[in-house]
Structure formats: C-alpha cells, structure tokens
Design a binder for this molecule. Structure first.
Ligand SMILES: CC(C)(COP(=O)(O)OP(=O)(O)OC[C@H]1O[C@@H](n2cnc3c(N)ncnc32)[C@H](O)[C@@H]1OP(=O)(O)O)[C@@H](O)C(=O)NCCC(=O)NCCS
Length: 273
C-alpha cells in the first residue's frame, strides 16, 4: 500500500538502485548491500547475535529503556530470539555494541518479520542507525522468507514515530485498546515486504512542513496533534485513514514542540480485478 506520491521521496531518488518493476528479491539484495556499505563507511559492522552476547544486549537495552519497559522482554525471551529469530547487533572497531534490533518470524499467513526491540546507544543517536537497522532487518527478513513487516509502536515515543513513519516508510492502521501496559495505545504497523512498499513510502519532510505551515490540506487529509488519540482512533477506524507521517522535530531543540501526525488514505498499487 502506498502513501500519497506528493508526500514521498521518489523511490529512484531514495534508493539509486531502485528500478520500477524490479524483482523484490533483487531489491532486497541491493538494500542489504547498501546498508552494509553505509555501516562500513561509519566504521561499524553488523552481525547476528550469539548466546554469549545476551548480557551485553541486556545492558544496552536497560541503558535506553525505562526498567519496566526493558524488562518486558526477559533474558529467557532473548535466548529464544537469538536462537530462532534474528537479533542483530552493530559494533564499532573495538567490538563495543552500539545498537541492536530484534526481529522474529511467525507462521501467520502474512509471513511477518516482527520488530520487537530497536535500541541505539545514546551517544550514537541521530546518525541514521535506527533507519539503517530497519532497512537491514527488512532485507534479512525477506531473505529468511518473510513477506510482511509488522510492529507495535508506542504512541508517546515521538522519535520512534518519526523514524518509522518518515524515514523507514511505515504506516499505522490502528491503535491497540487492550488495557495492559506495554501494548495499550500502541500503533499497529503492518505492511507488505516488497520493493515498492519499501522504496516508495519514505516521507519528504519538506512536503509535511509546508502542510504544517498553512498549505491547504487536500480533501480528506487530517493533521492531528499526536497526543489526541481519541481523534486519531476515530479517523483510523471510522474514516479508513492511516497515519502516514509525523511532523519533523525543530532544528533547534525547543521544549514547546508538539508533534503532529498526518493521516491520509493509502493507494493500493495492485487493485483486485
Ligand atoms: C528511537 C531510536 C531507536 C532512534 O535511533 P537513531 O539511530 O537516533 O534514529 P535515526 O538516526 O535513524 O533517526 C533519528 C531522527 O529522529 C529525529 N529526532 C530526534 N529527536 C526527536 C524528537 N523528539 N521527535 C521526533 N524526532 C526526533 C532526529 O532528528 C533524527 O532525524 P534526522 O536524521 O533527520 O535529524 C533511539 O533513540 C533509541 O534507541 N531510543 C531508545 C529506545 C527506543 O525508544 N526504541 C524505539 C523502539 S521502536
């Protein structure tokens, strides 16, 4: 499913190796190579985690999440994800761990690769590592047979929403109601894993900014305060809109910044006959 073209960076500009109609397998091979190359240019490398990495992974996770959130995934869970899922770690030249991401596959008809955790060490933030790890995880997931990529995202985590919506190209179709900490009011991110959906949904921040700065919103689109979950819920469920973009953070950090989310319809590039 595609976001409106006027909001997105053309796929050929976003990924120079992208060609209209290219096979998904070719796209993901090249996507993986581009991320590995980018890591090398930062003097970093990724590898799949091994069991003896678990203590260091736990340490990194506890350094970035509040303890109650970090503890939602126990070392017992991590053991299984390392053994049977896809836990990626990124290391610098001295083998210090600077980021990690957990993905796990499910035998659901969508064949999803499910993102469970994504952590970047604090001093390595804003260098594009979360975006890069998302792309790498998609490519590795595809290689492992996944054909969709799903996640639940905390609606209060502004940075994560911005990264996933604008940079990674995700969109959200619902909010979870279940009244349990860790999932309540989390966005449901679900999308097919194919070249077009991956390449053509990255947001052009300038386009979002011009809407924020007063350009006329196209009919049916809505720009809503990110805290206004009742309105967003109703637009998702009753109006069939999807959350497609977040307002970029101000260049100069500003405590009064209030994130807004843009909701539009999505286009189906392969409508049923
Ligand atoms: C969220 C997290 C993974 C992002 O990692 P990262 O490597 O810094 O992400 P990227 O560099 O790819 O992108 C960060 C973008 O967020 C932007 N950003 C920074 N503060 C922001 C804010 N308050 N609101 C919105 N966006 C913000 C940055 O400007 C940057 O964009 P830019 O490159 O255009 O400047 C990292 O901050 C982290 O580990 N947080 C703790 C754990 C967590 O919350 N994980 C998310 C679970 S999905």
């Amino acid at each position: 499913m595609l976001k409106p073209r006027s909001l997105c960076i053309p796929p050929e500009r976003m990924f120079p190796f992208y060609r209209a109609g290219m096979a998904d397998a070719d796209f993901f091979i090249q996507l993986k190579a581009a991320q590995v190359e980018r890591l090398a240019s930062m003097r970093l490398r990724y590898r799949l985690a091994q069991l003896d990495d678990i203590p260091r992974i736990e340490q990194l996770v506890f350094s970035r999440y509040p303890a109650n959130v970090a503890a939602e995934i126990s070392p017992f869970d991590t053991y299984r994800y390392v053994r049977y899922g896809q836990v990626m770690v990124v290391e610098d030249a001295s083998a210090a761990m600077v980021a990690c991401a957990y993905e796990v596959g499910y035998d659901h008809p969508d064949c999803p690769s499910y993102l469970l955790r994504l952590v970047v060490r604090e001093d390595m933030e804003s260098r594009g590592l979360a975006t890069l790890l998302n792309r790498l995880a998609s490519a590795l997931g595809y290689e492992r047979g996944a054909r969709a990529r799903h996640a639940l995202l905390d609606s209060t985590n502004q940075m994560s929403l911005y990264v996933h919506l604008n940079k990674v190209g995700s969109y959200f179709r619902d909010l979870v109601d279940v009244p349990c900490e860790g999932i309540e009011n989390h966005y449901v991110s679900e999308r097919p894993l194919n070249a077009l959906t991956q390449a053509a949904n990255v947001i052009n921040d300038q386009a979002v900014m011009s809407l924020c700065n007063g350009a006329q919103l196209p009919y049916g689109w809505r720009l809503v305060d990110a805290q206004d979950l009742p309105t967003i819920r109703s637009l998702l469920r009753e109006h069939g809109l999807r959350v497609v973009a977040a307002t970029p953070p101000p260049v100069v950090k500003n405590s009064g910044y209030r994130q807004k989310l843009l909701l539009t319809e999505l286009e189906n590039p392969h409508p049923p006959n």
